[in-house]
Design a binder for this molecule. Structure first.
Ligand code: ADP
Ligand code: MG
Length: 700
């Protein structure tokens, strides 16, 4: 009741005063003094002692206690870097970069020297590097070249509770490394309480707890389920800004598009407020954060806002545990997040919006209590929290396509994937599906082993489909063009479409259209940029993201390096673009669709209707070829095919014979998948064998 609330308020006020003292401290003290104020600092020596005496240690501590930024430095100070690297893995690229920058500042070094980072297509380390932050995907790929990871003295698997596919595979691999190398140390950190599970997996490794230092968070639920959570979150943020005391706001949304919408709406409301209000509202600094946001913009969330300015950070679940921003006193939680999920109907992964788990909601709320007593506004009802949300998230490995992982493990000569030491084994259906897909691409042979093509595909840090496209480009003599397309597909969309200049930017985009193909449109954009000497002004004039194109250029040059080491020459056929489309077709014949009715397509494999995306060149020009392939499906109101190319049906037969067959005297396809009988039997036998082994394993 009321009394309770007043009590809380009084208590809050008391804590707030303390908190303000803390944040003044952060403002006025040097980095090294700030380091000493972190919770982990009080247990530094004990922690180093435990690490000295054990090969594997699990470290648990609240977010913000200093695990990510301090552990590496303690190990460095304790001499571990004299005989090798201290590596620290992160499930997210953004975290790897931002944390490396922070630590190199704390150590007063230049980023990329003593402290560096490596993410896919970007290695900012050198021979001097002692502390290396990287994504777990990068470390996983390093095991291909060096199975024992000899250059590492210690590996910290950070944010292990996130349970990305790569983390889960690394668990199994690093367990083996630890068994083989006595000098190797492994530290697994977690922000949450599943530490016992990690400890058990590593044969009862000690669990070290960092004492917490957090403030209470008052949780307020929505009374009714909320219709439009973007709108509701914006409203809530503005209300807080007008009516509540100082303290920054953190809003959790699901993805880039929503975040941009919310930021735009917030800016608009603030403008109205300033122009109409008699009371002057304080300034609000609106800061988006999501994984595809350029690094310099991301860094802004850590910068101090100006005097009298409140920060409002609008983030994906990246701000749940990976990034810690001090000064947040208000959290607005929509209760949703995006998750990659394998969709059997589409035969591929799709990012879909799901309610988050209770554990995630609690973690989000906790972000409000780092520097003082905070408030969390949940835009969902208490009964939704109690009855509908899962207690914990499902590990990614149990819900996504594993083609990448299967390819990698096969190349590590893990003969039987079902016997690999997974903490939580993926469903066998997932493994078998992924194997089937790889087999269709030609990466696996009939016996389920790695085919020649598969060995080559592993060399590229690309999805199997894109690796296949590249290698097929080589066969067809157009690897140069395919390289560019693959690079452009590996970066966020380069087309810039600002909110108030949609028409103008669409017109600019249409000028690049190649009628029969979005892939060729991307190639066209890149070639024109190249012939304009990679000009920034040219990009701006044509509504293109220059950062995106520059990234594509970097990716391209790294892929060229790999081609060179494989001694694959870059032959260009100079715009024999039909061959390029053929190479594209070879990668995507599983993603093919056939025209049925006016402007309507159905998937060749399963007959499911799908639509050209409005951003497609084909859609824009009203061109509807009989057969197309697509890069990916996006699910919104309809199934949209994104990035589409027209193909000759004959190619589908030629390149995917196990998939399609042609009726005698008829050029139309049998929609059902029809494999060459022999191959089909061999593969089915293999799958049956795997199934039996799995069953036996389950019985044991
Ligand atoms: P943990 O890994 O336990 O969650 P961290 O080591 O990431 O904790 O964070 C410790 C402290 O360092 C936090 O107070 C955080 O605000 C600060 N910090 C971390 N990264 C940065 C950064 N890039 N810029 C500024 N401060 C940072
Ligand atoms: Mg951390």
């Amino acid at each position: 009741g009321d009394v309770d609330f007043k009590e809380k308020l009084k208590f809050s006020q008391h804590l707030k005063e303390k908190a303000e003292a803390v944040s003044d401290f952060a403002k006025s003290k040097s980095l090294s003094e700030q380091r000493q104020y972190l919770p982990i600092y009080t247990v530094r020596d004990d922690l180093l002692g435990v690490v000295r005496e054990n090969q594997v240690v699990v470290v648990v501590g609240e977010t913000g206690s200093g695990k990510t930024t301090q552990l590496t430095q303690y190990l460095h100070e304790d001499g571990y870097t004299r005989t090798g690297l201290v590596g620290c893995t992160q499930p997210r690229r953004v975290a790897a970069m931002s944390v490396a920058r922070r630590v190199s500042d704390e150590m007063e070094t230049v980023l990329g020297e003593e402290v560096g980072y490596a993410i896919r297509f970007e290695d900012v380390t050198c021979h001097k590097t002692k502390i290396k932050y990287m994504t777990d995907g990068v470390l996983l790929r390093e095991t291909l070249k060096d199975a024992d990871l000899d250059k590492y003295r210690v590996i910290i698997m950070d944010e292990a509770h996130e349970r990305s596919v790569d983390t889960d595979v690394l668990f199994g691999i690093l367990k083996k490394v630890a068994a083989r190398r006595r000098d190797f140390k492994l530290i697994v950190t977690s922000a949450t309480l599943n530490a016992d599970k990690f400890s058990k997996f590593f044969g009862g490794a000690p669990v070290f707890h960092i004492p917490g230092r957090t403030f209470p968070v008052n949780i307020l639920y929505s009374k009714t389920p909320c219709e439009d959570y973007v709108e509701a979150a914006v409203k809530q943020a503005i209300t807080i800004h007008i009516t509540s005391g100082p303290g920054d706001i953190l809003i959790f949304m699901t993805g880039q598009e929503e975040i941009e919408t919310a930021c735009y709406a917030l800016a608009e409301r603030m403008e109205q407020l300033i122009s109409s209000s008699t009371k002057a509202a304080g300034k609000l600094s609106i800061l988006p954060v999501y994984s595809q946001l350029p690094a310099d913009l991301q860094a802004k969330i850590f910068q101090k806002a100006g005097e009298g300015t409140r920060k409002c950070i609008v983030a994906t679940n990246i701000a749940e545990t990976s990034l810690t921003v001090d000064g947040i006193l208000y959290v607005i939680d929509t209760g949703y997040g995006k998750m990659k999920v394998y969709n059997p109907r589409m035969g591929m992964d799709a990012l879909q919006v799901f309610p988050c788990s209770r554990a995630a909601a609690d973690q989000r709320a906790g972000r409000a209590g780092r520097t003082g007593p905070g408030t969390c506004y949940r835009l969902f009802t208490e009964s939704a929290y109690q009855d509908e949300m899962l207690p914990n998230p499902v590990p990614e490995i149990q819900r996504t396509n594993l083609a990448n992982v299967v390819l990698l493990l096969k190349s590590l000569e893990v003969e039987n994937l079902l016997h690999f030491d997974f903490m939580d084994p993926p469903p066998q259906e997932n493994i078998l599906n992924s194997m089937y897909q790889l087999w269709l691409l030609g990466a696996l042979n009939n016996a389920g082993g790695l085919a020649n093509l598969g060995w080559k595909m592993v060399e590229f840090p690309l999805d199997p489909t894109l690796a296949k496209m590249l290698l097929m480009g080589k066969e067809l003599g157009c690897v140069d063009e395919v390289l560019t397309i693959v690079s452009m597909l590996s970066v966020p969309s380069v087309f810039f479409r600002p909110k108030d200049r949609e028409e103008e930017s669409d017109t600019a985009r249409e000028k690049f259209f190649v009628p029969e193909s979005d892939h060729l449109t991307l190639l066209n954009v890149y070639l024109l940029w190249e012939s304009n000497e990679y000009s920034v002004d040219w990009c701006n004039a044509h509504f293109l993201h220059v950062k995106g194109l520059q990234k594509a250029r970097e990716v391209r040059s790294q892929l060229v390096d790999i081609l060179n080491t494989l001694k694959i020459p870059q032959i260009s056929r100079h715009r024999e673009w039909d061959l390029v489309r053929k190479a594209i077709c070879s990668a995507y014949f599983q993603n093919s669709a056939r025209l049925k009715g006016v402007g309507e397509y159905v998937n060749c494999r399963n007959g499911v209707p799908c639509h050209l995306h409005p951003s497609s060149a084909l859609y824009g020009l009203g061109y509807t070829p009989d057969y197309i392939v697509y890069h990916e499906l996006v699910l919104t109101t309809k199934d949209y095919m994104q990035c589409v190319s027209a193909v000759d049906p004959q190619w589908l037969v030629e390149l995917g014979p196990m998939f399609f067959s042609v009726k005698e005297g008829d050029t139309s396809f049998l929609d059902r998948r029809r494999w060459h009988n022999e191959e089909k039997t061999a593969m089915e036998e293999e799958m049956e064998k795997l199934r039996q082994e799995q069953d036996e394993a389950a019985c044991r």
